[in-house]
Design a protein around this ligand. Structure first.
Ligand SMILES: Nc1ncnc2c1ncn2[C@@H]1O[C@H](COP(=O)(O)OP(=O)(O)OP(=O)(O)O)[C@@H](O)[C@H]1O
Length: 300
């Protein structure tokens, strides 16, 4: 206890801005009213939503980097390393500009949403129904075309379980899905056509990703690694996968370790809508899917 007192009395701590602001914070806490509590709760909720939004994205790594820099600044200040803390404090201003430049697309989207009067969407749990609907439409249209042209397709629709590790194996895109872009990505000579495309919250998150292969013995022998990867991914996560066979043009869907083959574009649309747009819990969703489309067996 005494050692603590000594540390607090050192010159470094006496000059330390943070400590004085901490003291004034404690003082203001004693005089805090109901509106102050509401104020703090709103800010805490906004920070929570932003952190949730950034989870498993490249932005999360950047935020971690900023936190590390702030900690170093704090330590340098406590230890009295004036040069380091001077440099860090001054580079913080540049950092703000850098963040604005790096997150320009995200900030633009945020302002567009504000302009559309969708402020409530920023504060309430994520509801990307419109975007997901658009992604389903683009996927179905593109798959119908690619089924006719016998182009191999592997698309993962991420749900509650975030697939950060899988995304990291491919190339980040963050693009609006359109049938043209999807066909371009899977076009045979395109650099990203090999591997899987990850659809996150109605946007193309990444392409050229490597998925885990299924070890299931129940899969038909005529299915190769594209279909095994689809089943494998659906076994190890709650994601929904769409496959178009390069060999036959057949459209398939994998959910919960099962594969339903030879779907028409209309059925594909219905399955994706019931899986991705309903509010049901994943477990219940899976049962509904089984009841609705798994009457013909598991891709045998
Ligand atoms: N683990 C994996 N993760 C992502 N994509 C994969 C994986 N394994 C294979 N693929 C994709 O599948 C392609 C190979 O497909 P393959 O012909 O072996 O499978 P298939 O199930 O018979 O499909 P198709 O009927 O389209 O030929 C690869 O070029 C690659 O794009």
């Amino acid at each position: 206890m005494e050692t603590f007192q000594n540390i607090f009395n050192t010159a470094a701590f006496q000059n330390f801005d943070l400590l004085s602001s901490l003291r004034s914070s404690v003082n203001s806490l004693q005089t805090a009213g109901l509106m102050d509590v509401v104020d703090v709760l709103i800010v805490a909720y906004i920070i929570y939503r932003v952190m949730k939004l950034l989870k498993d994205t490249s932005a999360a790594r950047l935020v971690k980097g900023i936190i590390v820099l702030l900690l170093v600044m704090l330590l340098a200040s406590v230890a009295g390393l004036t040069t380091i803390s001077f440099i860090l404090r001054n580079s913080l201003g540049i950092g703000v500009f850098a963040v604005i430049v790096i997150f320009q697309p995200e900030l633009r989207r945020l302002l567009e949403q504000l302009g559309k009067g969708n402020l409530s969407r920023l504060l309430t749990p994520a509801d990307n129904k419109d975007e997901i609907e658009e992604a389903i439409g683009a996927t179905v249209a593109a798959c119908a075309d690619m089924s006719r042209s016998r182009t191999g397709v592997l698309i993962v629709f991420e749900r509650r379980e975030r697939l950060g590790e899988i995304v990291a194996t491919g190339t980040l895109l963050d693009a609006d899905p359109s049938p043209e872009l999807l066909k371009n990505i899977f076009f045979k000579n395109s650099p990203l056509h090999d591997g899987a495309l990850i659809m996150r919250d109605g946007r193309i998150c990444a392409a050229g990703c490597v998925l885990p292969l299924s070890g299931s013995q129940n899969l038909s022998r005529d299915l190769g690694t594209r279909h095994r990867a689809a089943v494998g991914m659906s076994e190890s996560s709650d994601s929904v996968l769409v496959v178009v066979s390069e060999e036959t043009g057949a459209i398939s869907v994998a959910i919960g370790g099962m594969l339903k083959r030879h779907l028409s574009p209309e059925v594909l649309k219905k399955v994706l809508e019931s899986e991705l747009l309903t509010e049901e819990k994943p477990e219940k969703n899976r049962l509904t899917a089984l009841r609705n489309i798994w009457k013909g067996g598991a891709g045998k």
